[in-house]
Design a protein around this ligand. Structure first.
Ligand SMILES: [Zn+2]
Length: 207
């Protein structure tokens, strides 16, 4: 897990003091915590893009044990695990949702149920490339919906491959919270940057 420096307890960005970054103090995200395993650079970047864009799905099994160990060490208590859903169009084009493939295997390893029915993407979103944090939030607004019947008094762990500003995960968390869920923990394989004022535009990954 990314650690060794002081990071925001909520969103994981670097901070100089206290426990929350200024953004989370002013306008806290809906999710309870966002943690990432590594930075989106070097070999991890090659692995993640290989899985996402080049169909190198054979790489996934190598990630499962270290990712699961990181989640165990972190220790969120959750009722089920799920992944950020792709829009129907993107899923059709790519043929798979890499985050779901990873999340399902982690769920098996951790012996926690996987749910593919709770969260759905109700509208296609534009690519986040070139959008700033505010535009990302707007782009993701109301993109997801969650089934209230499956959310009552539940805590969940939502998994995605890459986080930049956390806008996508926060939009998912918002849908889950409005459907009645109590706690939403978020985990990504990689994080583009931990720096609070990092420019997401140059580092964005086409979702
Ligand atoms: Zn924060």
């Amino acid at each position: 897990m990314l650690s060794g420096q002081i990071t925001c307890d909520r969103c994981g960005k670097l901070i100089v003091k206290g426990s929350l970054c200024p953004d989370c103090e002013k306008n806290p995200p809906v999710f309870n915590q966002l943690k990432s395993w590594g930075l989106y650079e070097g070999p991890l970047r090659s692995i993640v893009t290989g899985i996402k864009f080049q169909r190198k799905l054979g790489l996934i099994p190598y990630l499962i044990e270290p990712l699961s160990q990181a989640i165990i060490a972190w220790g969120p208590v959750v009722d089920w695990i799920s992944a950020v859903p792709l829009g129907h169009q993107r899923q059709r084009e790519r043929g798979y949702n890499q985050s779901e493939l990873i999340a399902r295997k982690i769920a098996v390893r951790l012996d926690i149920p996987y749910s593919d029915r709770v969260l759905t993407r109700i509208r296609e979103t534009h690519t986040q490339v070139g959008l700033n944090a505010v535009e990302r939030q707007q782009n993701m607004m109301d993109a997801f919906s969650a089934d209230p019947d499956l959310c009552q008094q539940q805590s969940c762990l939502l998994i995605d491959d890459i986080a930049t500003t956390g806008a996508t995960l926060n939009a998912c968390a918002k849908a889950l919270r409005s459907a009645g869920i109590e706690k939403v923990y978020c985990f990504t394989v990689a994080r583009t940057s931990l720096h609070p004022n990092s420019n997401p535009i140059s580092m964005e990954v086409n979702k």
